[in-house]
Design a protein around this ligand. Structure first.
Ligand code: UT7
Length: 321
């Protein structure tokens, strides 16, 4: 039996960091409101020459290096994004080209903020067949390009960035490490609560993000606590077995409320929303890379990843790291 083991992580952020005070100079908001309601203090915003593809490539390079591999060892790239460089081709193929990989399977996954969890389950399934051996799973976004910078209810919440992991298929008998369980959901009845008001097949424009935040918040806590419980049950574990939760970084209040629902100590929750804001599909792998590089997440730890976003879509993964 084969399991997908995380052997490297990496991330990338645009150089430009924007504070709440800077935003308050542009729209009717304040540092106090943003910090109190969301926990966000800063976000990184891409320069014109930084794209989802370039950030993804930087994150991928770091993950491959951390895994002790070279790019040509990769035979599968799954990239989660809602802000691709172009409508097509898939941004995954741009990363492939930039890394100098001449042949592999490369495609994008669109599940917005839970895109990385979807990409992990897809890559995990493909590795467990044995057809693919080493996968790059990336979450990368430039949400700054789809924000309405005059809408204070959304523009203060998001940022740009990318995170990546290398997953390698290995025999379970080796050390018990790897992805133990994944669980995904979608409920399209909620399309209208979080969406972009444009698209190639409707308006022919890119569109801007629209969100009914309060309603999304309400669903987020319920759905995330439920899917974490489901994924732990699939892995044969309980919340007391969890060393770290790496949640989607949408709002500090959602992180607190979800942890409380599961009876998890706040110290076990990796929080980067204060520095990165909500980077959609990038937020989980970005936070994971931060916690790996600062020494908190270590080999053999039980790590739960979770996210929820537009669709609605939501999911969780349980990993023996
Ligand atoms: O990544 C996908 C998942 N997304 C999420 O999980 C986001 C979930 N939602 C949230 O995080 C929160 O609902 C928000 C942070 C978006 C909003 O927080 P809230 O506590 O739900 O605030 P609210 O929408 O109920 O708005 C409260 C007040 C309103 O004023 P009134 O109507 O009470 O007079 C808003 O107009 O705050 C006002 N407001 C702002 N004030 C200053 C909304 N945005 C701002 C702002 N600055 N940026």
């Amino acid at each position: 039996m084969i399991r997908a083991v995380v052997t490297g992580t990496g991330s990338a952020l645009p150089a430009r960091r924007v504070s709440n005070a800077e935003l308050a100079a542009q729209v009717d908001t304040s540092d106090e409101w943003i910090v109190e309601r969301t926990g966000i203090r800063f976000r990184h915003i891409a320069a014109p020459d930084e794209t989802t593809g370039s950030l993804a490539t930087d994150a991928a390079r770091r993950a491959i290096e951390a895994a002790g591999l070279s790019p040509t060892d990769i035979d599968l790239i799954v990239l989660a994004t809602a802000t691709p460089d172009q409508t097509f081709p898939a941004t995954a193929t741009k990363v492939q080209a930039a890394l100098g990989i001449l042949d592999c399977v490369a495609f994008d996954v669109a599940a917005v903020c839970s895109g990385f969890l979807y990409a992990v389950q897809v890559a995990d399934s493909m590795l467990r067949t044995g057809v693919h051996r080493r996968a790059l799973v990336i979450g990368a976004e430039t949400f700054s390009r789809i924000l309405d910078w005059e809408d204070r209810t959304t523009c203060v919440l998001f940022g740009d960035g990318a995170g990546a992991i290398v997953l390698e298929g290995r025999g379970v008998e080796q050390d018990g490490r790897g992805i133990l369980a994944t669980k995904l959901h979608a409920d399209g009845r909620y399309n209208d609560l979080l969406y972009v008001d444009g698209g190639p097949s409707t308006t022919g424009t890119v569109g801007k993000l629209r969100m009914k935040g309060r309603e999304v918040f309400r669903h987020a806590v319920t759905n995330l606590a439920a899917v974490m419980t489901e994924s732990l049950a699939l892995a044969g574990l309980e919340s007391s077995d969890v060393d770290w939760v790496v949640p989607h970084q949408a709002n500090a209040r959602i992180l607190d409320a979800t942890a409380r629902k599961l009876g998890l100590a706040p110290e076990k929750v990796i929080v980067t929303v204060d520095r990165h804001a909500n980077t959609s599909a990038a937020s989980v792998p970005l936070a994971l890379d931060v916690a790996v590089r600062d020494g908190r997440v270590k080999q053999d730890d039980i790590v739960v990843l979770e996210a929820m976003g537009g669709g609605f879509t939501w999911g969780a993964a349980v990993i023996r790291f």
